[in-house]
Design a protein around this ligand. Structure first.
Ligand code: DMJ
Length: 510
């Protein structure tokens, strides 16, 4: 048997914290599948370094770098969301000096305070900031990160101060109270549980988990149009779900994801999560999965209206997390059919990139339904029906159509699914697809300082298409998942870690 050599490196972060310690690089390079992986992993690491260096130079401590103008913005309230969201990616890629500088900065941020007049978006700051800090703490064991995580968790906890315990979507951190509103969507209310549970585990204070769990209990008991399917809007005053579409895309997506992930995190000790997850996936398969009339191999997940009767043949890039979720669920809950569906959906998600002129994917694509007729009808506020014969559908792709929004904003969902699919099936095609996507991100979105969102993926007029925006999830998720796709499967193994919806790995509860 070949002996396993683990490369040793000195972690400069440790040098500054205390006595010099030599740590072992966690990338088990001897377990690599070959030189190609190593080269690709290094290329992704170089992309992260490029983006990080640009952010550091022009926007350090601010929320975002604008990667064309090299300006910065604080549109998330000024806590430095790109910096926090990037911490664990820096650590995973062994960029320890950058990690150390970022932690030093975080230690000086007062998260109990926000910009005057700003109301902080609850869900976004939980999945990006609280999770980023918790994950970076678990990697480095630097107590300052846990203290800051607690500060963020406490600052945002007033979101739950409603009559039902359903959270409001924004918090006035300075006043210590939520900004009142009538409704909140299921993704916002139901994608904070993993983070608050981890905070309870690490601080020993159960209040965080208990408070967030209440949302799951309320929605579990609430009346639904169809078992396992949840219209997106929750009335905060009553806890009822009575309006909005049913979707595994924006505003619904991570609610479903977190049923499975809470099951994994708690090692199946609570039957509630697996039951709810299985109910939802069974219903999705029954009512929301269709295939293209032009390409019988192209399956997709559309949306339903709030009564679960009308179907919209719109497939969002955001929904491309579904194949990864199905694969993870199939492994965890022994659902082999889900893995077969996951393979078909991953194929579609890849084709959404592969079939455009740039090799980048649009925000969503549209299909004709299986009858070949397409849908007609006017959209309503809560449910956009699609008329495939109107001028709004300007161009037919190969198997699908493009709608009005053809932007690629550096989203991660497809490469997230590719990473999980590779790890679960061992099929190397997922690495090839991921590499192709990475090369097109490099080709079309790279700027002198970082990477920029792209306005229309069907246009090759590159200089006119760069929109001067780089969301923090590009560093937190897209580059991290690509790096892990080309890393040994035991590096941040899916058996030991559960990734939050922003790709922050949490150790599964022991
Ligand atoms: C991320 O912030 C999270 O993945 C979230 O759940 C939904 N989408 C964005 C990235 O596309």
């Amino acid at each position: 048997m070949a002996s396993r050599i683990i490369i040793e490196v000195v972690d400069p972060f440790d040098l500054l914290r205390g006595p010099q310690v030599t740590i072992k690089s966690k990338v088990d390079k001897n377990n690599d599948t070959g030189d190609t992986d190593k080269v690709r992993r290094q290329a992704v690491r170089a992309a992260m370094k490029h983006a990080w260096d640009g952010y550091s130079k022009y926007a350090f401590g601010h929320d975002e770098l604008q990667p064309v103008s090299n300006m910065s913005n604080d549109k998330w309230g000024g806590w430095g969301v790109t910096l926090i969201d990037s911490l664990d990616t820096l650590h995973i890629m062994e960029l320890y000096e950058e990690f150390r500088q970022a932690v030093t900065h975080v230690a000086g941020v007062d998260f109990s305070h926000a910009q005057d007049g700003f109301t902080t978006p609850f869900f976004e700051m939980i999945i990006r900031s609280l999770a980023g800090l918790l994950s970076a703490y678990e990697m480095s064991l630097d107590r300052r990160l846990l203290e800051k995580a607690k500060q963020v968790g406490d600052a945002l906890l007033p979101a739950f101060n409603s009559s039902t315990g359903i959270p409001y979507s924004r918090v006035d951190v300075n006043a210590g109270r939520a900004a009142p509103s009538n409704r909140v969507c299921i993704a916002e209310a139901g994608t904070v549980q993993l983070e608050y549970w981890k905070l309870s585990e690490l601080t020993g204070n159960p209040i965080y988990h208990k408070t967030a769990q209440r949302v799951v209990d309320i929605l579990d008991k609430a009346e639904k149009p169809h078992r396992g399917l949840y219209p997106i809007w929750i009335d905060i005053g009553t806890g009822k779900m009575n309006s909005g579409q049913i979707t595994f895309g924006g505003m619904g997506d991570s609610w479903y994801e977190y049923m499975l992930k809470q099951h994994i995190y708690s090692r199946g000790t609570h039957s509630q999560y697996s039951r709810m997850y299985e109910e939802s996936i069974d219903a999705m398969k029954e009512k929301m999965v269709k295939k293209s009339v032009f390409d019988p191999d192209m399956y997709y997940v559309g949306d339903l209206d709030s009564s679960a009767t009308r179907f919209s043949p719109k497939f969002q890039h955001l929904t491309c997390f579904v194949p990864g979720m199905l694969a993870l669920g199939s492994k965890t809950l022994d659902r082999p059919d889900d893995l077969e569906l996951a393979k078909k959906l991953t194929y579609t998600c890849f084709q959404m990139y592969n079939k455009t002129k740039t090799g980048l994917s649009a925000e969503y694509v549209l299909f004709r339904d299986e009858s070949g007729k397409g849908l007609t009808g006017k959209g309503t506020d809560d449910f956009a029906t699609v008329d495939l014969d109107t001028a709004t559908i300007a161009e037919q792709g190969d198997g699908f159509y493009f709608g009005n929004d053809r932007s690629y904003i550096l989203r991660p969902e497809t490469v997230e699914s590719l990473m999980i699919m590779y790890r679960i099936t061992g099929d190397k095609i997922y690495k090839e697809w991921g590499w192709q996507i990475f090369l097109d991100i490099e080709k079309w979105t790279k700027t002198s300082s970082a990477y920029s969102a792209y306005h229309d993926v069907t246009s090759t007029k590159r200089n006119e298409m760069l929109t001067d925006s780089m969301e923090s999830f590009f560093l937190a998720e897209t580059l991290k998942y690509l790096y892990l796709l080309f890393s040994p499967v035991n590096y941040y193994s899916l058996d030991d870690y559960v990734f939050n919806t922003e790709a922050h790995p949490f150790k599964i509860m022991s």
